[in-house]
Design a protein around this ligand. Sequence first.
Ligand SMILES: [Zn+2]
Ligand SMILES: [Zn+2]
Ligand SMILES: [Zn+2]
Length: 97
Amino acid sequence: MPGDGRREADGVGRRPCGHYGVARPVQAHSTGCEECLAGGDDWVELWLCQSCGWVACSDNSPNRHAQAHCEETDHPIAVRLRPGPRSRWCYVHHRIV
Ligand SMILES: [Zn+2]
Ligand SMILES: [Zn+2]
Ligand SMILES: [Zn+2]
């Protein structure tokens, strides 16, 4: 039985996320993950950075460019473009906020 994927950083997970305060309407830079498009790769989900409008692929995509973008830029919040509902994800707290 594999682990249930629970994050080890429980203390962080329980604290309220204040990062979505930075969220404001942003214009998407592109219709797909720019880095995947450049490399001819595919993705599972697309997320839109709420700080700068960067479009990148999700953690369940092969290249996980959204996570890389967060780490490089300290932009914490992204919104799922498609598929599925428009969830807001905090890359600092690693959860929907
Ligand atoms: Zn947060
Ligand atoms: Zn990508
Ligand atoms: Zn960004």
